[in-house]
Write a protein that binds this ligand. Structure first.
Ligand code: C2E
Ligand code: MG
Ligand code: MG
Ligand code: MG
Length: 285
């Protein structure tokens, strides 16, 4: 084994790094296996209209690891993105979310986050179309959430991909809006349905003076472009009141409903009449 020496700084062995790498490899193989064995699960978080009606649910993936417990997407999506695991995983998520939504009595929308890698991969529009046909979900009930990064990286590729997806009939939301590098010309050019104002702006309401002005402007901008505007990260009545007063079309956050197993929302989806514990202010469509 090579060892770190002062004479030869370029060749060294760091047991911690080595262990971490092996750990990572192992975790990756576990993750690949999790896709097929029930350890990946989908939680859903409601998006409400101003009158408190549920309009959509966002699917949020979690990994129920046998020994490490519940792992959030921020911690394992990057791992999946190191190889094509992300594509397999994304297809599993897409199929699961569409199948779930197709089973609801109330025809609410379902929103699915797309990894930039999946967005750029092969035949995404074909896959989406096939999954819609297989599950019987109407295309306009599916909203795909992309982030600003995919638009900036390769304008032509992103434009052609989004056009094909819109031809399939699905909706496109721009997630975490305001945190990336998108310019107003992208907003004008891309066939989007929804702008989702990033959680940080909602969070700063009442704390950072400018955040109210930013939210007001984004709502105006979105509406002027014919887009629906959603706000994420709503955690208080004050934030909710402000967003509704400013004309936000949809709100989403811990205050209006934490992400949970879909069974917690049966009254909203109308899948059956069993009533479970629900978040404040929720009414069924
Ligand atoms: P995102 O799409 O912006 O999702 C919203 C995140 O904010 C979720 O975290 C949600 O649990 C959290 N959240 C919702 N309401 C509140 C609130 O009021 N306060 C706070 N502090 N947080 C709130 P989560 O589930 O950990 O997901 C994090 C990110 O991971 C997502 O951000 C999305 O970018 C990614 N992600 C989640 N599920 C998927 C998936 O199925 N596929 C892909 N590719 N990415 C996913
Ligand atoms: Mg999202
Ligand atoms: Mg978001
Ligand atoms: Mg976010």
């Amino acid at each position: 084994r090579a060892r770190r020496t002062s004479e030869d700084p370029l060749v060294f062995f760091d047991p911690n790094e080595d262990l971490a790498a092996r750990d990572r490899q192992f975790l990756k193989s576990e993750l690949r296996a999790a896709i097929g064995n029930g350890a990946l699960i989908l939680h859903f978080q409601p998006q409400l209209a101003a009158d408190g009606t549920a309009v959509a649910f966002e699917a949020l993936v979690r990994w129920n690891h046998p020994t490490r417990g519940m792992i959030g997407p921020v911690d394992f999506i990057p791992l999946a993105e190191e190889d094509d695991t992300i594509v397999k995983m994304s297809e599993w998520i897409l199929r699961g979310a569409c199948r779930e939504a197709a089973s609801w009595e109330n025809p609410l929308r379902v929103a699915v986050n797309l990894s930039p890698l999946h967005f750029r991969s092969g035949n995404l529009p074909g896959t989406v179309q096939a999954i819609l046909e297989e599950t019987g979900l109407a295309p306009d009930r599916l909203e795909l959430e992309i982030t600003e990064g995919v638009m900036v990286q390769d304008f032509e590729q992103a434009m052609s991909m989004l056009r094909k997806l819109r031809d399939v009939g699905v909706r496109i939301a721009l997630d975490d809006f305001g945190t990336g590098y998108s310019s107003l010309s992208y907003l004008q050019a891309f066939p989007l349905s929804t702008l989702k104002i990033d959680r940080s702006f909602t969070e700063n309401l009442g704390r950072v003076e400018q955040s109210a002005a930013i939210i007001r402007s984004v709502v105006g901008l979105g509406h002027a472009l014919g887009l629906e505007v959603a706000a994420e990260g709503v955690e208080s009545q004050e934030q909710l009141d402000f967003l509704i007063a400013e004309g936000c079309d949809l709100v989403q956050g811990y205050f209006t409903g934490r992400p949970a197993d879909i069974d917690a929302f049966r009254r909203l989806t109308g899948r059956d009449i069993v009533q479970r514990d629900e978040a404040p202010g929720l009414r069924s469509a």
